[in-house]
Structures are given as C-alpha cells and as structure tokens.
Design a protein around this ligand. Structure first.
Ligand code: ATP
Length: 217
C-alpha cells in the first residue's frame, strides 16, 4: 500500500537559517517519512521583533542552505502575504491548493510547541494538519501549560496515522545547540561562526554585510 503523501512545514523567521534548522529538517524528514519538507519563512513575524534583515535576504539564505537537501523546498507565501504571518492562514491556503488528501505536518521545536496556545486560532490548526515536535534545548516535551496539555492528551499519538491531519507526535533528533539569536550576536561582534552556519549562508552574510553592529545591513 502506498503511503498518503506527507508534506512537512517548517515555519520560522530563519534570521538567519542555521545548522539547527537543517538538522531539524533532516530529522523530521527521515523520522516522519515526509515526501517533501517546505521551509516557510515568515513575512512580518507577529511574535518576534525584527533584526532589520528583510524577507528577501532571509529567503535567499534558506534557498542556499537547503540546495543540497533532497526533498526540501522554500515556500514563500508568508513573506509575500501582507500583514502578520499566521500559520492558520498558510494551512487554509495549502488546503485550498492541495485538497484534502495529503497529510500536512507542522514541524516544531519544543519551544514552539510549548507556546502553541499563544498562536492565532491555535485550536483550529489540527483540523488542517498534524503537529510533530522534537525536544529543543531545555524546553521539555512534557509539563505543558493546561491548554497545550489538553491538546496533547486528546491528540497525542505514538506515530503519524494514515490521516491528513489531527494528531500530535514527538520525534527524536540529536540536539544541536544553536539559535539565530546567538548567531546574530556573534556576527554583530564581528565573529564568523562557521560551525553554526552553512558555508553558503556565511558567504551570503559576508557579501551583503548583514547582521553587522555598524548597521550596514
Ligand atoms: P531566534 O533565536 O531568532 O528566536 P530560532 O533559532 O529559534 O530564532 P526560528 O526561525 O524561530 O529560529 O525557528 C524555527 C523553528 O526551528 C522553530 O520550530 C524552532 O523550534 C526550530 N529550531 C530552531 N533552532 C533549533 C535547534 N537548534 N534545534 C531544534 N529546533 C530548532
């Protein structure tokens, strides 16, 4: 029996994309047997204040980063949309385009799952997609706030079922201790954190003088 098509969605500011994002993408693709993983850079994030680096540069860096990764593509819809980037709008658009059949899987680090109850219309997300989360740093996949705990209790499964949406699963990845905040701080100090960024992304940052303390971005 062939598996229902599975499309993973990895949303983020990617400001800039770093090795933690790539490890998360690879782990999700393999653990969840995704046919495709879409990186979805936010336009104007409603939860994060911007670094001053625009969506066009963030998208360009994601494209460079995932070029060697089979099955990974960039979905630019949130960056093109006017106003704040809400995941529910993205899911509704994707369902209108792709129809009800494929499984959509929101891929999240545990820091994001833990604050899911602050997301716009979060109680509707599972109608349109599954959620797959992995441990990130100290943010545990247990002991959630009541609203998230209720969702996990009702929708948690050991593995993704053969359904297009509606379940929450956890998957494992080897920890990669990096955040974009830390990367930006290093770059602002004039450092070149080559172990935290794919070479093509570091090269892009150099050429476009992004994240520098002198404000040249
Ligand atoms: P910032 O430091 O600016 O908040 P970030 O490094 O958290 O950024 P985002 O673009 O906000 O990066 O993250 C997008 C997604 O990737 C989120 O689901 C987040 O949990 C996940 N993620 C980011 N870094 C890692 C990492 N090192 N390991 C696992 N997941 C990660």
């Amino acid at each position: 029996m062939t598996q229902r098509r599975r499309i993973g969605l990895l949303g983020g500011t990617f400001d800039p994309v770093h090795v933690g994002h790539l490890a998360l993408a690879a782990a999700a693709r393999d653990a969840l047997r995704l046919d495709q993983l879409r990186f979805v850079p936010t336009g104007r994030s409603w939860q994060k204040s911007g670094s001053g680096v625009g969506a066009a540069d963030r998208i360009a860096m994601v494209k460079l980063a995932i070029a060697p990764m089979p099955g990974c593509v960039v979905d630019e819809r949130e960056a093109r949309r006017a106003g704040p980037s809400y995941t529910i709008d993205t899911l509704l658009e994707l369902r209108a385009e792709l129809g009800p059949e494929p499984a959509l899987v929101l891929v999240l680090g545990s820091d994001q799952l833990r604050n899911l109850d602050t997301w716009h219309r979060h109680d509707e997300l599972l109608r349109h997609a599954h959620i797959a989360a992995t441990q990130r740093g100290p943010h545990r996949l247990a002991g959630f706030d009541p609203a998230v705990e209720t969702l996990v209790a009702a929708h948690g499964r050991d593995a993704l079922p053969d359904e297009p949406s509606g379940s929450i699963v956890f998957f494992r990845m080897a920890p990669v201790a990096v955040s974009a905040t830390a990367v930006r701080a290093l770059l602002a100090r004039g450092e070149r954190p080559s172990e935290l960024l794919p070479p093509a992304v570091l090269d892009y940052i150099d050429r476009h003088r992004l994240y520098r303390a002198d404000g040249a971005a």
